[in-house]
Design a protein around this ligand. Structure first.
Ligand SMILES: [Zn+2]
Length: 108
């Protein structure tokens, strides 16, 4: 199956490399019209995204694509901060064992 066709490219399905900001401006422009600035676009009253989905101004597939992408970005961020925390913990442990050796323990 050949999926890498010019038609698919025009739909923006292969724009991931350009970054989420560039690819989803048509989705994100709805966000400024939400009643709440911290709107999660799930069940909030006055959500412009939900309204646009309801009247067909925003395609549901397009929105779901955006949500999936956001989720993946979040996963990457979580993983990164996990690794940073792990590194910080290792550092603390190393410092602690050095400190113990320096004190020489009880034999002297
Ligand atoms: Zn919203």
């Amino acid at each position: 199956m050949v999926i890498d066709t010019p038609g698919m490219r025009e739909l923006g399905l292969f724009d991931a490399d350009e970054g989420i900001r560039a690819s989803f401006t048509d989705v994100e422009e709805w966000f400024s019209q939400c009643r709440f600035t911290d709107c999660r676009h799930q069940a909030e009253p006055g959500c412009a995204v939900l309204a646009a989905l309801a009247d067909g101004s925003l395609l549901r597939e397009r929105w779901e694509h955006y949500v999936t992408q956001q989720h993946e970005n979040k996963y990457v961020q979580d993983k990164t901060s996990y690794l940073i925390n792990k590194r910080a913990r290792n550092k603390t442990t190393t410092m602690w064992s050095k400190q113990t050796k320096k004190n020489g323990g009880w034999k002297k």
